[in-house]
Design a protein around this ligand. Structure first.
Ligand SMILES: [Zn+2]
Length: 511
């Protein structure tokens, strides 16, 4: 059983707002949102203000106790085994037996405490704050959770919050929001309809062929990775051979037909939540079964792909196997260097700081020697230096290279493998190695990659991303990794002194 940190009043991507001093623009926007929402819910202005302030104080304390992003991504920091009795002594003000009983969970022998400071801090907050503050906090969280479904009166404070946090002052239409609820709560049934309608078997076949070639490109390159020791290289080869992937949609879909849906939106949402909770509870204590394409970021309707180190495999949802990422009618360069590169990116996550801590069957066991780790870190150091030299917004250069190096390393691996797989594909299908619009397949490969990252957003959103996200801004991803590939220099005849030139000693070739 895993014990995570709880959610706070703002989504995780915006939790850095809780570090902003009182009176700062974003924390003020959040405070106003709380006060106005509470007033709509029926509290008078004085009570709404005191509830908002207490809630922010509690969330500040809990946020400060969470692991910072770099540590939260480090399996060695989040894998803290405890017995129930041990954990209970660390949390004197939380009655774990009672909580587990309330959840109808059996008592586990061991728990994995993923946030080592969060729960002890929660225990302290519970003891130190007046009980009325805790009651108010819980009330407020329930109101916020259901406010989008209760009345459009709550739209106004939400718009104010969005303006403050992401600079956007319109909400999606009612229709779009209704669709989002259905996608969010009935992910699998909607995915099933979508897959049946938009995913012909021929597309699935082509995508599977491409993934196979990318894996093969990785296998071909493995013996030439000079920085790896022989023992680790052979373990890496084993792990790569064992790596599995699933394309499109699951073999079995979750059956939601027993969920009671009524014209009452809130009660329907509660029924769905109860159904999901019960499914999760039924799994406790039973052997682990991987459910494919059934979490919020790998549903077939989601444009994403994700490697899971605990199964040494990854899922490629239908929605990413669609234009502009993948188009059965498109030329190979575009498909390989967009979707193929994303899949290569995912594969290399099995062979980085996360992947090295899990063996080929997904058990937590570091299979790298300290020497291999040091060699990889040295290569990564060059990527960190490269990223630290970028300024995404005036004054945003806060040395984010270390926070984002995992993703930057994966992007580099992804486009490298995609390009190698493209060359292999073109050797197998020479009739496809054609110049289009005056561009060779190599040129189109790198252009397709760069175009893939086109993005538009507000400075506020970019600022939060730079501060917290493990992924660098898209503008960086579009071009920075290409500067490490010899093939890129060749494709465009780039020479020393050109803006994209990176001195050879600063280039990285890891995978
Ligand atoms: Zn990644």
């Amino acid at each position: 059983m895993f014990v995570q940190g709880g959610t706070l009043g703002l989504p995780e991507a915006f939790e850095d707002v809780f570090e902003e001093p009182a009176g700062g623009p974003r924390i003020t926007a959040y405070r106003n949102y709380l006060i106005e929402s509470l007033k709509i819910a029926g509290f008078n202005a004085a009570k709404a203000t005191s509830m908002a302030d207490a809630s922010i104080a509690i969330d500040r304390a809990l946020h400060a106790a969470k692991l910072p992003p770099v540590e939260a991504n480090d399996p060695s920091k989040i894998n803290n085994a405890r017995t129930l009795a041990q954990l209970q002594t660390e949390l004197p003000n939380l009655n774990l037996r009672k909580i587990l009983g309330g959840l109808r969970f059996e008592e586990p022998d061991h728990l994995i405490l993923m946030e080592p400071r969060y729960l002890p801090t929660l225990s302290k907050v519970l003891a130190e704050r007046p009980i009325q503050d805790i009651r108010d906090y819980v009330k407020l969280r329930v109101i916020l959770a259901y406010s989008p479904y209760l009345s459009s009166d709550f739209d106004k404070p939400l718009i104010g919050l969005n303006e403050g946090l992401v600079g956007v002052s319109v909400l999606p239409s009612q229709e779009e929001r209704a669709l989002d609820i259905i996608k969010g709560r009935f992910g699998q049934p909607v995915s099933r309809l979508y897959s049946d309608s938009f995913f012909p078997p021929e597309t699935r076949r082509q995508a599977a062929e491409m993934v196979g070639l990318i894996k093969e490109a990785f296998q071909v390159r493995m013996p030439n990775r000079k920085w790896l020791s022989d023992a680790t290289r052979s373990a890496a080869t084993d792990k790569l051979n064992a790596l599995s992937f699933w394309i499109g949609y699951p073999d079995e879909w979750v059956d939601y037909s027993s969920v009671e849906i009524t014209p009452d939106l809130v009660s329907s949402l509660v029924s769905i939540a109860r159904f999901d909770y019960e499914r999760m509870r039924q799994k406790l204590g039973k052997p682990w079964v991987t459910e494919h394409f059934n979490n919020s970021h790998t549903l077939p309707i989601v444009v994403n792909a994700a490697y899971d180190p605990q199964i040494n495999g990854f899922e490629v949802p239908v929605a990413i196997i669609q234009a502009p990422m993948f188009d059965a009618q498109s030329d190979p360069a575009v498909n390989f260097c967009r979707m193929g590169a994303v899949l290569g990116h995912e594969m290399t996550h099995g062979f980085d700081w996360t992947g090295k801590q899990f063996d080929k069957t997904g058990n937590m066991k570091n299979w790298w020697t300290p020497k291999d780790s040091a060699a990889f870190d040295a290569l990564a150091g060059l990527l960190i230096t490269q990223a630290n030299e970028y300024e995404f917004l005036p004054g945003s250069r806060t040395a984010t290279g270390a926070q984002q190096v995992g993703e930057n390393m994966a992007d580099l691996g992804g486009i490298t493998l995609a390009h190698a797989a493209l060359r292999k594909y073109l050797a197998l299908h020479p009739e496809k190695d054609v110049v289009i619009d005056g561009q060779t397949q190599d040129q189109r490969c790198f252009l397709a990659w760069a175009q893939f990252w086109a993005w538009q957003g507000k400075d506020e959103a970019l600022r939060s991303q730079v501060a917290r996200d493990a992924h660098p801004p898209n503008a960086y991803r579009a071009t920075a990794p290409l500067r490490h590939l010899d093939a890129f220099y060749k494709a465009f005849g780039i020479r020393p002194g050109d803006p994209m030139w990176l001195a050879p000693e600063k280039r990285v070739e890891a995978w």
